[in-house]
Ligand binder design. Structure first.
Ligand SMILES: C[S@@+](CC[C@H](N)C(=O)[O-])C[C@H]1O[C@@H](n2cnc3c(N)ncnc32)[C@H](O)[C@@H]1O
Length: 226
């Protein structure tokens, strides 16, 4: 069941050839992040491309006016999202690790998106609840989850009143991560079990329409029902 890294590399190379290579800022990001000692766990360019497209499709095709990301790391996924926002739109991106946030600050500047990104140097889900003081209820068009897998449900619950009806919720690692895949036997890996429970909660709770795209480690895409 698990896709081998060989398959990933071949698939990514094909997707970049056909659907467009990331610009120089994004294609050299990984090198700079590694040199700075950041963990090599950013989304792949193909997932970045998907995030960009979904951000531009959010808000009834007008582009997200407000997007929230949980787990900035070095800003790779954030740059893709920021570039898909509606004119005047804003990305709030949450990251408690000071080293990651500082690196991301420079990347957002070099990518030319710093003017539309607000970094929140704190941990979710608390940081999401605190966003409620800055943002009106039902004002967020897109929520991207890419931090602690066991807390995905808590992130969605913290954001729920901020999400517009029709808002997109996107969760990376819906099918796997470093040491587990979704067919790992239940009861043997806590992160797998937490993501499995999250997927089922999203799919059956009646509040979201969901699909899971088996790209890389799986991307859950959901829309909040009206
Ligand atoms: C997989 S990385 C994010 C990758 C990033 N989205 C990208 O693709 O460029 C996960 C990040 O979540 C951060 N993180 C850990 N706990 C967190 C929390 N409670 N709230 C927000 N971010 C958290 C980690 O420090 C790490 O930088």
């Amino acid at each position: 069941m698990e896709m081998t890294p060989h398959r990933w590399e071949a698939t990514s190379a094909y997707l970049s050839e056909v659907f467009g290579r990331p610009d120089r800022q994004l294609s050299t990001h990984r090198e700079r992040a590694r040199a700075a000692g950041l963990p090599d766990i950013a989304v792949s360019p193909d997932v970045g491309r998907l995030l960009h497209l979904l951000t531009s499709l959010a808000n009834n095709g007008r582009g997200a006016g407000v997007a929230v990301e949980v787990g900035t790391l070095g800003g790779f996924s954030g740059i893709w999202i920021a570039r898909g926002l509606a004119p005047g739109g804003r990305l709030y991106t949450i990251e408690p690790e000071k080293k990651h946030a500082a690196f991301a600050r420079d990347e957002f500047k070099s990518a030319g998106v710093a003017d539309r990104v607000t970094q929140i140097d704190a941990a979710a889900p608390g940081a999401i609840s605190e966003l409620g003081a800055r943002l009106a209820p039902a004002s967020v068009d897109l929520l991207f989850l890419d931090a602690i897998k066991a807390d995905y449900r808590a992130y969605v619950e913290a954001a729920e009143t901020l999400l517009k009806p029709g808002a997109l919720i996107i969760a990376d690692n819906a099918l796997g991560s470093g040491d587990w895949w979704i067919d790992t036997p239940s009861g043997t890996n806590a992160a797998r079990d937490a993501v499995d429970a999250f997927n089922r909660w999203m799919a059956t709770g009646g509040r979201f329409d969901c699909a899971c795209v088996p790209i890389r480690e799986g991307v859950l895409i959901a829309r909040k029902r009206a």
